[in-house]
Each structure stands twice: as C-alpha cells, then as structure tokens.
Design a protein around this ligand. Sequence first.
Ligand SMILES: [Zn+2]
Length: 223
Amino acid sequence: MQFKLSHDRKSIADEDLLSDLQCVAQEHADICLKQRTYKEFGKYGVTTVIRRFGSWNTAIEKAGLEKFVERNIPDQKLFAAIYDLWIKLGRQPSYSEIQRPHCYYSAKPYEQRFGSWRKALEAFVEYINTKEISTPFSRANDIQLLQHRSTSRSINLRLRFKVLQRDNFRCCACGVSPAITPGIQLEVDHIVPWSKGGETVIDNLQTLCFACNQGKSNHHVSQ
Ligand SMILES: [Zn+2]
C-alpha cells in the first residue's frame, strides 16, 4: 500500500473520479475493475467513489467499464460476440480487434476456453457448420404448425452467418460492405416474406444493408 493524502471529497469533480477509474482499469484490470484493485492503485478512496455515484457498479458503468467479469461465459455467448464482430467488420476479425470497443469480450476468455484466438475461430466455424438439431415443440412451433409452416420466422445465428458469408458480407441490393465502408449495418432478409409463405431457408434469404432493408436506399437494384 502506498501512502496517500486524503482528498477533500467535495472538491473532486465527477470527471476526475471517472477518469481515474478508467486509468486504473486500463493499467491494472482486464475487463473488470474491482474495488480491491482500485483501492490499491486508485488516486481516490473507494468510499468516495461509491458515495458520489450511489454504488460501485454505477460508477463503473458511468466510467464506461464492465460491471463485473463474467465467469463461465457459455460458448454460445462467446460465439455470438465473434459473430457480431465479424459482421461489423465484414471479414474475419484479427487478434488485435478482440477488444473493446469492437468486441464485447477481450481475447482472454477466448484464450482460456479454446487455448488461442485461432482455435476459438476454428471452434466458431465448427459451431456455424453444425447441423441444426430440431428443436422440441414449443409455443412458437405450435403456432407454426397451425399455420402449416415448416420453418420459424426467426433466423438463427448459424443461418444468418451462412447467408452473410455466401453474400460476401455485401448488401445484395447496393453492394455496400462494412469491410469497405465501416459502420454499414448488414441484415439478413427473407426474399419472399415469411408472412407471404416464404420459408426461413438459405435460398430464401439475402443480405441487405440497413438502408436497403428499410427501402430507403437510392441504389436499390430491382431483383
Ligand atoms: Zn444496400
């Protein structure tokens, strides 16, 4: 423990408290900043932070830091984060991109679970390629049966990814891609709407950018 001078609590600005939280998190914590870590390396007292923001978690949230380290993150959540990142980039993400703000998780949980980032990517691809196991009857499935439908309206992550990959992460209507134009949001759309009998199968799905899917794009190419 270092010797510290006590601060006059009221004279500390919110921004100073928050920026110190960020500094300590950056240097001494991975995803999460624990009170214990802040106590050791922070400029101010943990109590000061808590009193100012109501709780430690609120302060962490205000500072834009993760609330807690998620332990035993299910594979599905780890894969969903890879999926999000891949779609956001429009290409295979690199190791250096596995961090905030790009990715929900840091590289650490992937390395812990799979051994390396490369192996995590391999596991993700395997997950995407796994054949869908038919889901047991649920309320949603009962509704489908009533409507004589063979597929559900919702497109699962695996199918979405396959459609996006088939379309090279480009909008089928105007051709934009987040790989070329960062920030472009791609969506997977039913060609024949589900409401008009179109099924949720790869041949009836296409990649569209947000604008084309909303019908607002000027570059819309008629199909
Ligand atoms: Zn488009």
